[in-house]
Design a protein. Sequence first.
Length: 456
Amino acid sequence: MPFPVISPRQQHSMAGSAVDFKNLSCEGQNNYLKALRSFPGQAIVDLSALVGNMRRMRSLFAPAEVMGIVKANAYGHGLIPSCLAAVKAGCSWIGVAKAQEALAIRRGGIGPGMCRILAWLANCVWAPYEEMIGEDIDIALGSLDEIEAVAKAALRAGKRARVHIVVDTGFSRNGFLEGSFGAALSLLKKLSGEGKVEVVGIMSHFSSADAEDEGSERYTDLQLESFSRFAKRAESAGFKGLLRHIANSASSFSRPLSRLDMARPGNSFYGYAADYALGSPQDFGLTPALTLEAQLAKVKDVDAGRAVSYGRTYKTEKETSLAIVPLGYADGILRTAGGSDSPLEKAGAPVRVLTSCGPKIARACGRVCMDQFMIDLGAPMESLGVMEGDTVRLFGPGAGEEENEPTADDWARRSDNISYVIYTNLSLKIPRLYLNAKKELGEEGLSLLNPECVLS
Ligand SMILES: *Cc1c(COP(=O)(O)O)cnc(C)c1O
């Protein structure tokens, strides 16, 4: 395959990208060009950032084990590549919510020899328990009906089911309450005696570990105390040496005691603090892995006082230029990211634009549409050297919008949300492209990726 030939205009378009096109291999260059033609936005994921974040947490949280949480398509980063990055960093546990995600990981080529997988969200009527048991997937049990169903599936599979008991310490979502826990323990005792299940862990989830007010701190203390009572009851019932796990990203960093036998960080694996109020990724030694870019669909000069987008919530203050970013709410951009008429009251989400005088922030202006949103470039296009087709960055691993390097936290803040929503929302239509796949994953890992999504 020959190196592709690109025009000066295409070269100009790529200048604002985080992808260092000229230093990609021939395959990498061709893959990138193919992605640009296939869709006007790209999610570029740096696998070295994921590996680094997991290594950092593993050393910080030791001796606790670390389970890498990859639910929701690995928070939008891509299921299999993210699992491989976690495994590369020495992580031997992977956690997902839905049963089908766990099966997708096994079917993607990540076998029981590479990591254990735990899935904690299913219903006892339709869950594919038998396949899960066959594929060596640990199942979290949160109701008596579920325990019965898993035991039946184990009988059909001809194999013991490995299970974790979910206990409700105050989230009021999944799991046994203190009142129903006795019945669950008796049933599990009987079924383990019959060789149908093997209870390996006990788990719960915090509701407020990402908040620093006194009430939330106290609530987290209470949840931890409740969890310890549940664990003691399980032990008294004869379940010795269970793996106890309750910590999420926020509590794993802020409360070492909550890590117990295993921490379950999700958001910090992808490089972010659980809430931007807690600090920047850099404060935690983390690197955001995903950069979202797009190519401007149109750019035009407009006068002062132009109303922009549905509902006319934004008006240009002066003579300026507007550009279309071709990603909208159907692609997962939050409708609330657009600025309002009074930018001081609510500035729109930041987009990094490369002008002839260097990078500059332009803000989303007016309501986000289905497939696109507008940004106000702040000056006529000619003076900025910004053109149709230019690559702009919505967010990435940088130092924040003040440094002309917007992050998902900036997007979260500007759209009244949390970073989790910013990347889990990204539509599957947006190609995921991987940097440092060759360096981090080796031949065996690479063979499990779609070769067209590998940039380097
Ligand atoms: C999502 C989730 C986690 C990870 O939470 P983060 O805040 O992303 O660290 C851990 N445990 C359970 C049960 C979860 O649903």
